[in-house]
Design a protein around this ligand. Structure first.
Ligand code: GDP
Ligand code: MN
Length: 372
């Protein structure tokens, strides 16, 4: 019996699940005013595939005042309540102990050495925000679960059950679709810092933690390792990510542009203490630590494996990678990958037709079309 089987292998009428009580949950999208069209496309997509039946609220977050045009367009697209919040300045800026000038020099160096988004100050603020201060927003206090969306992402299959109530029923804390290797140059000292926290707090090495130390081919993480570009794999394997104990992180992390997770874990004492420890280190600016590896390392350090859930039944696409579910009973992952027509690593060329051609089928797609 699979420890982490899909929550639903039924192609049920979504109205059956929608007739049940909701969880205390919210869809969240951080966006810039300039991303209005991509945001609207993604919200229209999640409405068509899921929220037209469930009407969960959507919380839009911005570090700048909202453009009334954005608010108007998205208000028209959401079927549940829509909220538009501006992130408090102190949650989207340097902490007091970081000297902005020194940080900017670090970022210029990161830019020069080819660290992905390393030269972009706003990207560093974004990663720090999603790593920690996000969870303390007053706008999230009323909720227990969040589902993270990003402008431009696409759900390629109907979701005909309520993933929030399923998370609660199965006692799950963190749900993901895609696991990848982190770009090694973004976070040379992240693992060492997390490992130092582990030892300072006398946290045991559990099977969940040890899973991040195994070689990829032995990783229990249901991850499509084989489609990672070979040259980057070599770079990853040759960059040391050792803790002081000599342990070495395999760079695996969940791609946080999709997350369905329990806010109580992330706003709780253990996670927030880890975030403060990492924030004090300065790696959100002097390196370019992403929120994805921070979340992943924390989840593996602080939670047993059974608290994670792989949404293998969700069809998901965020440039340049996608996950495509199988059509078989049991919902085994059929494939995941990247279309990269010109080999430049940017992953252009995804289409529903091409996904279909490699056998990416949705269990519920035909049924849904009949129902609507
Ligand atoms: P990538 O997926 O790592 O390439 O990064 P994205 O550019 O997609 O950024 C991740 C998320 O943060 C998306 O939801 C963006 O809309 C959002 N984001 C990134 N930078 C900013 C910013 O400066 N302001 C705002 N409001 N949102 C941002
Ligand atoms: Mn993105």
């Amino acid at each position: 019996e699979d420890l982490d089987a899909p929550f639903s292998t039924q192609c049920q009428d979504p109205r059956v699940a929608a007739a049940q009580p909701r969880e205390n949950a919210v869809l969240v999208m951080l966006a810039r005013n300039s991303e209005k069209d991509e945001a609207r496309d993604t919200i229209a997509n999640i409405e068509a595939q899921f929220n037209q039946w469930f009407h969960y609220p959507v919380l839009f977050l911005n570090n700048e005042p909202w453009d009334p045009e954005f608010v108007r367009a998205l208000n028209r697209t959401v079927s549940g309540p829509a909220m538009f919040e501006v992130i408090p300045q102190e949650d989207w800026s340097y902490p007091s102990w970081i000297d902005p000038e020194a940080a900017q020099q670090s970022m210029a160096r990161q830019q020069q050495s080819g660290v992905w988004n390393g030269g972009k100050e706003s990207y560093h603020h974004m990663c720090r925000f999603y790593s920690g201060t996000f969870y303390t927003l007053p706008a999230l206090q009323p909720y227990k679960y969040y589902w993270r969306l990003e402008p431009g992402v696409r759900y390629t299959c109907a979701i005909t059950y309520d993933p929030f109530t399923a998370m609660a029923a199965h006692n799950k804390t963190y749900g993901f679709t895609t696991a990848l290797w982190e770009e090694p140059l973004t976070c040379p000292s992240l693992f060492r810092a997390v490992d130092a926290f582990r030892r300072a707090h006398h946290l045991p090495t559990t099977p969940s933690w040890n899973a991040l130390l195994t070689t990829p081919s032995h990783s229990p993480i249901p991850s499509p390792w084989h489609w990672y570009p070979l040259r980057r794999l070599r770079a990853a394997l040759h960059t040391p990510h050792h803790g002081a104990s000599g342990d070495r992180w395999n760079l695996c992390h969940y791609w946080s542009n999709f997350e369905i997770a329990d806010l109580d874990f992330f706003r709780g004492g253990a996670y927030q203490a880890l975030f403060r420890h990492l924030d004090a280190h300065g790696g959100f600016y002097h390196e370019r630590w992403g929120d994805a590896p921070v979340h992943s390392l924390a989840v593996h350090l602080l939670l047993p494996a059974a608290r994670r859930h792989h949404f293998a039944d969700f069809g998901y696409h965020h440039e340049p990678f996608f996950q495509c579910p199988g059509n078989a009973a049991g919902g085994q992952l059929r494939g995941a990958g990247v279309f990269d027509d010109d080999g430049n690593g940017n992953g252009e060329g995804w289409s529903e037709e091409r996904a279909g051609a490699i056998g990416c089928r949705c269990r519920c797609l035909d049924r849904r079309k009949r129902n609507n």
